[in-house]
Design a protein around this ligand. Structure first.
Ligand SMILES: C[S@@+](CC[C@H](N)C(=O)[O-])C[C@H]1O[C@@H](n2cnc3c(N)ncnc32)[C@H](O)[C@@H]1O
Length: 333
């Protein structure tokens, strides 16, 4: 088996861990190779529920946020630049100056992150392998102080964090869906993949809504949603939508489904959201969905719902209403 960058760096001495103390491992997805790390000294920081649960299931200690005292840290670089910088700054502070090992893919901007780090702190040479780089970093937390407090602009009236979906601007698809939703929405409502709460915030003017459940896997996004949507009818669930089982079924579901798993495009995830929606609805319930026009959801929807109709959209997005779930458990893709 080919070695991961982390294993290679630790086995060759390109990176050397301290002999004892807790090691923060920030942001590894479920497929990351942590086999070269001493498992009993590792604390994984992972706020995305499916990955969080996968690591916990393998016996790792997993938390959703970084603490403030570690002997070393390993940062798996996320896609969003501001989030990557924030994690590095926080890791350097939490390790009191390092060692911080940084591992990332070219497609996630590791080359420019390495360049930027070298201007500010002491960096090892980079180990390049498998379309990515690994380097380690030591220095004063003050070296990255501006990265710790990013100049981040959330959409007006809302709070977001770097790295959460549509952190800087309301998603165009979600805005179109919000405009298309009928005034008569009522009863128990759920927002699947609720993010920082944009869609939920748009429907709470409907007095006939008795409960609104925000279900979201990204812990940081749900934290923002708790601050953005403060109506007493709301309930928040940090959960994997595809596994979530509500106590009572919903009358209406709103959804802008994700179509990426970690980094790769994965329309099957969107389809799993549609199937989860069908499973969570009352027999007379309806699901309102927005999707990129190129995503082929119609065939799956036809196996899941009796009535499926396009209700508008624009050249890039389609709005779909799917009503009367058929109780079919296996959607065709
Ligand atoms: C396209 S975004 C929509 C976010 C929000 N509803 C909006 O309109 O801005 C999809 C959301 O689904 C979340 N997500 C991805 N996979 C998930 C899963 N398995 N379970 C729950 N939420 C998930 C993502 O974190 C993201 O916030």
């Amino acid at each position: 088996m080919s070695h991961s960058r982390l294993t290679l760096a630790l086995e060759t001495g390109a990176a050397v861990l301290p002999d004892d103390g807790l090691i923060a491992v920030i942001g590894p997805d479920a497929g990351a190779d942590l086999s070269a790390l001493p498992r009993d000294r590792v604390q994984i920081i992972q706020g995305f529920r499916p990955d969080h649960d996968a690591w916990a299931g393998r016996g790792y200690q997993v938390v959703t946020d970084l603490g403030d005292d570690y002997a070393a840290a390993v940062v798996f670089v996320p896609r969003a630049k501001a989030q990557a910088r924030l994690w590095l700054a926080r890791a350097l502070a939490a390790t009191k100056g390092g060692l911080v090992i940084v591992d990332g893919q070219k497609t996630d901007g590791i080359d420019s992150l390495f360049k930027d780090c070298r201007k500010r702190a002491a960096c090892s040479p980079a180990l390049s392998k498998s379309h990515g780089k690994l380097f380690s970093l030591t220095g004063d937390a003050a070296d990255l102080a501006d990265w710790a407090a990013p100049d981040h602009q959330a959409p007006e009236g809302f709070e977001t964090q770097p790295g959460v979906f549509s952190a800087d601007a309301v998603d165009r698809g979600s805005a179109l869906l919000a405009q298309a939703l009928p005034a008569k929405i009522k009863g128990r409502v759920a927002d699947l993949g609720a993010g920082w709460g944009y869609l939920s915030a748009q429907v709470l003017d409907r007095a006939a809504i008795t409960e609104l459940h925000l279900i979201e896997a990204d812990h940081a996004a749900l934290d923002c949603a708790r601050r953005n949507v403060t109506d007493p009818r709301t309930q928040f669930h940090w959960a994997d939508v595809t596994k979530f089982k509500p106590g009572v079924k919903f009358d209406v579901i709103l959804c802008n489904p994700p179509f990426h798993t970690s980094r790769a495009a994965d329309p099957a995830l969107g389809v799993a959201f549609l199937a989860a929606g069908a499973r969570m609805l009352t027999p007379g319930g309806e699901m309102w969905i927005v999707a990129n026009r190129h995503l082929p959801y119609e065939r799956s929807l036809a196996t899941l719902f009796r009535d499926v109709a396009e209700m508008g959209g624009d050249t890039g997005f389609k709005i779909i209403r799917a009503a009367h779930p058929l109780g079919v458990s296996r959607p065709r893709r």
